[in-house]
Design a protein around this ligand. Structure first.
Ligand code: NAD
Length: 363
């Protein structure tokens, strides 16, 4: 199979979908990999490194898109929609529930869209989203610590406090991969950490994992309201796989936060869990202020630590890419139910229930 690796074009997105090691695996199994010139530079991988691994370097995005399967990191932007062609396999993060224009373009062009974020193992875990959630969860605390500094617009508070001064309250909504990794970092920096989740079994596991050092709290309206009010750093880390994130924190709750507090809504890529997050922000302009609270809504947080993220992502996508390339997508999906769950659009039809529901189309 011919596989194309275009350069990412989202603001400050320095990841690339395959490392040279990933290219090597595909080429050794008889596939051809076209890498757009300079695609790996932002992650520290030169064109020469790709050539040594067996890739062919192509000079334009159009050439990299002229492939049977295109592997990307982030969802295509409108300027890339023209590259789509019938029966082309697109294997990337898509977040279609929050992307009506992209969904329409994929349907109209007859693209076979396989979303990284909905590939799901039998135990319910999301093997391709997981490493990016680990990165974003860990980053959310270091970003939050920065924006709590006075010169960055925050209330001038040190996450861990110092002896004689209380630490900051970090409140995390959603105790999955993002939430757990955020909690690890916040705890490591000495903050006072609370995690809310609707899944009591998950809260039980977190209580064990953190040996009682984090507060766990059932996520209902009353508790969310109480915890949001006391948060210096609020982290949104909720996910209903494939679906638009439910709005859990209302504007009224945000108004009750103290001035200079910080909200990092990691779940913004699926639409966001916080009502006052009304736009996606970028790495070059990451925050805006509303009701005296800083709002951070970057949808590609891992792009900031591109080297780490690219390697972590390529490690988990390559085994699936190999199955698709070796067997064709139909057989690969029939033989692997985790991969089957990644299918979001085929021949103009949405094939993932939560995405169909988000767009009000028959499934
Ligand atoms: P996950 O499935 O591991 O965890 C989600 C958790 O949310 C689960 O424990 C679930 O029980 C909980 N939850 C569901 N409804 C809830 C509610 N009403 N209140 C409290 N908790 C609730 O998911 P994850 O891998 O941690 O991902 C979280 C979000 O972060 C996703 O939207 C994901 O796409 C996003 N993400 C964003 C970036 C970024 O760059 N912005 C990067 C990685 C992941």
């Amino acid at each position: 199979m011919i596989i194309g690796i275009p350069k990412e074009i989202k603001d400050n997105e320095n990841r690339v979908s395959l490392t040279p090691a990933g290219v090597y695996d595909l080429v050794q199994r008889g596939h051809e990999v076209l890498v757009e010139k300079g695609a790996g530079v932002g992650s520290g991988f030169s064109d020469e490194a790709y050539i040594a691994a067996g890739a062919k370097i192509v000079s334009s995005a159009a050439d990299a898109w002229d492939a049977e399967m295109v592997m990307k990191v982030k969802e295509p932007l409108p300027s890339e929609f023209d590259y789509f062609k019938k029966d082309q396999i697109l294997f990337t993060f898509l977040h279609l529930a929050a992307e009506p224009l992209l969904t329409k373009a994929l349907m109209e062009k007859g693209v076979i869209a396989i979303a990284y974020e909905t590939i799901q193992l039998a135990n319910g875990t999301l093997p391709i989203l997981t490493p990016m959630s680990e990165v974003a969860g860990r980053m959310s605390v270091q970003i939050g610590a920065h924006f709590l500094e006075k010169h960055a617009g925050g209330k001038g508070m040190l996450l861990g406090g110092v002896p004689s001064v209380a630490p900051a309250n970090v409140v995390i909504i959603g105790g999955g991969v993002v939430g757990t990794n955020a909690a690890k970092m916040a705890l490591g920096l000495g903050a006072d950490v609370t995690i809310l989740d609707t899944n009591v079994e998950r809260l039980r596991q977190l209580d064990d994992l953190f040996e009682g050092k984090v507060r766990t709290c059932f996520s209902n309206l009353f508790n969310v309201e109480e915890q949001v009010k006391r948060a210096d750093l609020l982290i949104g880390a909720v996910l209903i796989p494939g679906a638009r994130t439910p709005r859990i924190v209302s504007e009224k709750m945000v108004k009750q936060m103290t001035p200079g507090s910080v909200i990092i809504d990691v779940a913004v890529d699926q639409g966001g869990a916080i009502e006052t997050i009304d736009r996606i922000t970028t790495h070059s302009n990451p925050v805006y202020e509303k009701h005296g609270v800083l709002h951070y809504a970057v949808a590609n947080i891992p792009g900031a630590v591109s080297r780490t993220s690219t390697i972590a992502l390529s490690n988990v996508t390559v085994p699936y890419a190999l199955q698709i390339a070796n067997k064709g997508y139909e057989r690969a999906c029939l033989e692997n139910t985790a991969l089957l769950k990644g299918l979001n659009v085929i021949a103009g039809q949405i094939t993932y229930k939560a995405v169909a529901e988000a767009h009000n189309v028959p499934y």
